[in-house]
Ligand binder design. Structure first.
Ligand SMILES: C[S@@+](CC[C@H](N)C(=O)[O-])C[C@H]1O[C@@H](n2cnc3c(N)ncnc32)[C@H](O)[C@@H]1O
Length: 234
């Protein structure tokens, strides 16, 4: 049996009870080091812990898949929620296993950001640049989201200098592509742990540096909810 479990945004207090139960009963617990650190206190002493990094993840997941096919209870732990910016890793787990695997959602950094910054999901689009492959369709989509007066919650790409697409690159790209530099913009770092927040405009974001563990909110200039007059009696 194998299941992918969202560990939440970093503080173990945000892990679901079901996620904790699965980890406590696991024979094998696998994931990236920083994510395993979140749940380390719950891993049974008899369980095998499989840590991995970007370079060896395919080999390590093959090892976990073997344990799964041998009948062990395996849990692969993901950062935040699997269903936001986690699917490329999920696809690697499924490729290793040779079939689809079950997922247990976790609380995403996007949900904590929405709570801190008071943003309504209904009026917000979610875009991640933390992915392999061509970013261009996602960049264009972000321009359209803002042109449609929706908010955007954006995960940047913190890789090496040549490939990173951090808040300052995102802001510069948007302004260069016709998005108003006046959009209210926030960047939140290390949510649920050592939190930091920055508030400004897209134009001001162009010069700012943030750590890898950051998530960005670009607000619509005219929130959708403010464009609707309530009907009498509603
Ligand atoms: C591969 S994505 C995974 C996102 C995760 N699935 C989620 O739902 O939050 C990793 C990126 O998410 C963002 N992130 C994750 N946790 C965060 C937190 N606690 N505070 C701020 N940003 C976070 C950072 O940009 C980080 O590099």
């Amino acid at each position: 049996m194998i299941i992918c479990v969202g560990a939440g945004p970093g503080d173990i207090g945000y892990l679901t009870q079901r996620g904790a139960e699965l980890i406590r009963n696991a024979d094998v617990v696998a994931g990236f080091d920083a994510v395993l650190d979140v749940v380390r206190s719950l891993i049974p002493s008899a369980a095998e812990v499989v840590t991995m990094g970007y370079r060896d993840q395919v080999d390590k997941l093959a090892h976990v898949a073997l344990a799964h096919h041998a009948g062990k209870h395996c849990v692969v732990v993901f950062m935040g929620d699997i269903h936001f910016s986690g699917f490329q890793y999920l696809e690697r787990v499924e490729r290793a296993c040779g079939h689809e695997v079950e997922t247990l959602p976790g609380i995403s950094s996007a949900q904590i950001l929405a709570s801190r910054a008071k943003v309504c999901f209904d009026e917000t689009s979610f875009i991640t640049f933390h992915r392999r492959g061509d970013l261009e369709p996602f960049k264009r989509h972000l321009v359209h989201v803002l042109q449609d007066e929706r908010n955007a919650i954006v995960i940047p790409r913190p890789w090496d200098a040549a490939r990173s697409f951090m808040p300052r690159h995102i802001a510069a790209y948007l302004v260069a592509n016709g998005v108003s530099p006046e959009h209210p913009t926030e960047v939140w770092e290390n949510l649920t742990r050592d939190e930091a927040e920055w508030h400004g405009t897209l134009a001001e974001c162009v010069d700012r540096e943030f750590t890898d563990m950051s998530i960005m909110l670009i607000r619509a200039r005219q929130p959708m909810s403010s464009q609707i007059e309530p009907a009498a009696g509603k």
